[in-house]
Design a protein around this ligand. Structure first.
Ligand code: SAH
Length: 250
């Protein structure tokens, strides 16, 4: 009697676990062959690589959740779009690791009505994130082929507040200056003076700076024009090159 009861209890337990397993599997949006979907990879990126580190700004987290990063990477790398690493985007350039995009966006603490300049449009991904966070975004890219590709995609995704052009970032974009914030996603050996000049008093500029070793530098221009800088993370970005030194550059 006791044995039979035990048996029926374990049978019950087995069917209970079978039910739970089926429910859990049915509940997840995994692809037909059981592979992990891009939505699941995106959630994992947000939970583990962003919230799990020090990304806490809800606007930045929402922007990272909204922008479809897989559209900004080459088609054959779509499955890797939400990995915790940079990816090649062609022409020797890279799209930054999601955590770095989020860290820089969070550090700029953008307000919805602010005007931002980005140097190094690349794939257009960081520009789209900035477009979610700020009022108007101006982004310049030295390699015209990349700029045109990014412009087409940003238009398709309806980022009407993100404007791009093919030009040398060392000159900034004076027609739209002054900017509330400036973000460099290519590393100059030192912060170009023309960019500091295009920053509004009270504005901030964030840049990877250095040739061999690079550090993120936050520069603030006080309302009285005083410049203050602070250095943080070690990073690795592609170099910010001068237009005339890039083969095929403008
Ligand atoms: N923000 C991009 C990644 C940028 S990679 C993204 O989200 O995908 C850095 C980019 O800076 C490259 O595309 C490179 O061509 C560009 N770049 C390098 N030097 C530059 C310069 N002087 N002016 C403008 N863009 C430059």
């Amino acid at each position: 009697m006791h044995t039979r009861m035990k048996k029926s209890r374990s049978a019950l337990l087995a069917s209970f676990f079978a039910l739970i397993t089926t429910t859990v599997l049915a509940g997840c949006k995994s692809g037909e062959r059981g592979e992990i979907t891009l939505d699941e990879k995106k959630s994992h990126m947000i939970e583990r690589h962003l919230k799990g580190r020090d990304i806490t700004d809800p606007r930045v987290l929402a922007a990272m959740a909204r922008v479809p990063r897989e559209r900004f990477v080459p088609a054959h790398l779509r499955d890797e779009a939400y990995g915790d690493y940079p990816l090649p985007i062609g022409l020797g350039q890279t799209i930054s690791q999601p955590y770095i995009v989020a860290t820089m966006s969070q550090a700029l603490a953008l307000k919805p009505d602010e005007k931002v300049l980005e140097i190094g449009t690349g794939s257009g991904y960081q520009a789209a994130i900035l477009g979610e966070l700020a009022g108007e975004v101006y982004s310049v890219e030295l390699i015209c082929e990349l700029q045109q590709r990014a412009a087409g995609l940003l238009e398709e995704l309806k980022y009407a507040n993100v404007h791009t052009r093919c030009s040398d970032g060392y000159a900034g974009w004076s027609e739209h200056a002054p900017f509330d914030a400036i973000l460099l996603t290519a590393a100059p050996p030192e912060i170009p003076q023309a960019l500091i000049d295009q920053l509004r008093p009270g504005g901030r500029l964030l840049a990877p700076v250095g040739v061999v070793l690079q550090r993120l530098v936050m520069l603030r221009k006080d309302p009285d024009g005083t410049i203050r800088t602070e250095t943080s993370h070690d990073v690795r970005f592609v170099p910010m090159v001068h237009g005339e030194r890039l083969p095929g550059g403008q």
